[in-house]
Design a protein around this ligand. Structure first.
Ligand SMILES: C[S@@+](CC[C@H](N)C(=O)[O-])C[C@H]1O[C@@H](n2cnc3c(N)ncnc32)[C@H](O)[C@@H]1O
Length: 266
């Protein structure tokens, strides 16, 4: 059904209907989450659905906490040693699902920033997360920061929504943002997700091509792309980044549900 809707250009419309239904179904549980956390200003259910595919705030908090654990472990193990706080950017931070729990885990050891091209995400993240600088970026690079500003940049479920050219261009910009020795943590749909592809796309993926499924707005939840290891190797080489690790399973990849790439700026 999804493939047919994509072909007909109706995926966005169908997604809007799903969003309304999900927000309606989550009304009671979301009211109780809000009542239990009156000190937190949660993003609206429609925005949670746009970036996560569900509208429930309990899931938004739980998945954020679980994935922040994974990111904190990776940052702890691989971020460069610094004299002061480590400076880390979340590229494509949405309404702050990960920034809030990551800030709680890393505390003063890290100075966190976030950016997102969607104005609603920027506004939502500024309300949901205190003490993190959130900036509106543009869909195309460069990100609104000077070169060598960060020790680490992470992007969870961003490359999964970009076409090939944009993915390559953003990898170059992420390399620009990093200081020498800096760490990038990027997630992708990889080999274990390729079973979702039709035969033709699966064959291109198996041959090492980056596969972007068209029929939805680039960067939106319904725009899906798949990155085989050969394509990531080409993106990394084009950006001048060294691949440290490709995690396809284990606690961190399982928590995030996507492949995790750790890359270093030489
Ligand atoms: C699936 S959501 C993930 C949000 C967040 N990283 C998380 O895991 O909760 C994808 C996010 O990417 C953002 N996005 C779309 N195009 C982008 C681009 N070109 N650069 C940076 N972020 C982008 C969207 O606005 C959205 O917030």
């Amino acid at each position: 059904v999804i493939a047919a809707l994509r072909r007909l250009g109706l995926l966005g419309l169908a997604d809007a209907a799903l969003s309304q239904r999900a927000a309606h179904e989550a009304r009671a549980i979301n009211a109780s989450v809000r009542a239990a956390h009156t000190h937190i200003t949660f993003p609206p259910a429609a925005l949670v659905f746009e970036v996560q595919g569900y509208a429930r705030l309990d899931w938004f908090m739980e998945s954020g906490a679980r994935q922040a654990d994974a990111l904190a472990a990776l940052i702890g193990a691989h971020a460069p040693a610094t004299t002061g706080p480590i400076e880390i950017l979340e590229w494509g931070c949405g309404p702050g699902r990960l920034l809030r729990p990551l800030q709680a885990r890393l505390g003063r050891r890290v100075r966190l920033s976030g950016c997102d091209p969607l104005a609603a995400c920027v506004a939502g993240a500024r309300r949901y997360v205190a003490g993190v600088e959130i900036t509106q970026s543009r869909r195309a690079p460069p990100a609104p920061y000077p070169a060598a500003q960060f020790d680490g940049v992470y992007g969870v479920s961003i490359l999964t929504h970009l076409p090939t050219g944009a993915a390559a261009a953003w990898m170059k910009d992420i390399a620009r943002l990093l200081r020498p020795g800096g760490l990038a943590i990027l997630t992708t749909h990889g080999p274990r997700h390729a079973s979702r592809l039709d035969a033709k796309a699966a064959a291109r993926f198996a041959a090492g091509a980056h596969v972007a499924l068209t029929g939805a707005a680039q960067g939106s939840r319904t725009f899906a792309s798949y990155t085989p290891p050969a394509a990531m190797a080409a993106f990394a080489a084009g950006a001048g980044l060294t691949i440290l690790a490709h995690l396809t399973e284990g606690p961190q990849a399982d928590a995030i549900g996507q492949d995790i790439w750790l890359l270093r700026k030489p």
